[in-house]
Design a protein around this ligand. Structure first.
Ligand code: ASP
Length: 324
């Protein structure tokens, strides 16, 4: 078993000689400009505790023989309720001052996928995305139609105040007053994602976000786009991304990483780093997490930090914020 000393090296769930099948789990809570100097020790501790809670929730599912999909849902549910992250409660504001939520989930077994965009009242967009996936007639629902589908499925809704936080409102006001870009005020993207390999050998990926501060005109980012911010295929990998969505869409990041691994036979770290380098070349910042059927858990980001964590049946259990 390989226990990594830091979070820049891949880890494996298990040796091929292990008798018991292994599981691997990884999460992110967004990438971005993260300086040790700009975060107090208290803030760092709070983020690490939130990441650990989400990591533990997914790991517990996998340890108890649950599925990769269940683990992804369990971790994202917690982060959607946590106002520190840009997903569900605590999502960023649109130009008009609303919280419009995007989410996607994908099952590596059959590549069934569900995604939603522009949702304003559903407490857990990741559960709505999964309801779309299970329903199976469509993959991607938007706005009022997605809300109607949520109500048909009996999903929990919340009033606008639930999602709105002062910190995110201040960011919108600053963006408008100082004519800043979303990149200037968001710094840490704060989108959440999870990827898992379960002990049956199946993969899943999920991502949930409020998008970018000040987004307009019904803008949709990469997170809910299958193949851009979210992808899972049992044959190769499960990926969740965070960052400047426009560039991740143009590079088709999540699918491109899986394709490089499947067709190009690249290793997960090589493939992820190569695609993140392409994103950088196009002008975009951000990062990805991925797991493979062999139990590797990999991070790649071109920012100074990414809220992240990973755990394996082999005993790895770590969370981190900065480039280590
Ligand atoms: N990728 C997301 C988007 O562009 C933003 C983020 O990662 O926080 O909508």
């Amino acid at each position: 078993m390989a226990l990594s000393a830091n979070l820049t090296q891949p880890v494996r769930a298990h040796d091929s000689t292990d008798a018991a099948p292994g599981w691997t789990f990884a999460i992110h809570g967004g990438a971005g400009t993260m300086d040790r100097g700009r975060m107090t020790a208290q803030q760092q501790a709070e983020y690490k505790a939130a990441l650990q809670a989400a990591l533990d929730a997914g790991s517990a599912v996998l340890r108890n023989g649950g599925s990769a999909l269940e683990a992804v849902r369990a971790a994202i549910l917690l982060m959607e309720d946590d106002p520190k992250f840009n997903a569900g409660r605590g999502a960023v504001f649109t130009w008009e001052g609303a919280n419009e939520l995007d989410a996607a989930i994908m099952d590596g077994r059959d590549r069934s996928a569900g995604a939603v965009t522009g949702v304003t009242s559903v407490r857990h967009p990741i559960l709505l995305a999964d309801a779309v996936r299970m329903d199976g007639r469509h993959v991607f629902l938007s706005g009022a139609g997605a809300e109607e589908f949520a109500s048909d499925k009996g999903l929990e809704t919340m009033p606008p105040e639930w999602f709105a936080t002062d910190a995110r409102r201040d960011a919108l006001e600053r963006l408008k007053a100082e004519k800043l870009s979303a990149m200037d005020v968001d710094h840490k993207f704060g989108t959440v994602g999870a990827v898992a390999l379960d002990s049956e050998g199946h993969l899943a990926a999920g991502t949930s976000t409020g998008g970018l501060t000040g987004k307009r005109w019904g803008r949709i980012g990469d997170a809910p786009m299958i193949g851009a911010g979210t992808y899972a295929d049992d044959r190769v990998c499960a990926v969740s991304a965070t960052g400047a969505g426009e560039y991740f869409i143009r590079a088709g990041v999540a699918h491109e990483i899986c394709a490089r691994m499947r067709i190009g036979r690249e290793g997960p770290q090589v493939a992820a780093d190569a695609v993140m380098a392409e994103v950088k070349e196009l002008g975009g910042d951000g990062g990805v997490i991925l797991v493979t059927p062999a139990g590797e858990a990999v991070f790649s980001f071109n920012t100074t930090g990414m809220y992240r964590g990973r755990a394996t049946s082999g005993g790895v259990n770590e969370v981190a914020i900065f480039t280590e």
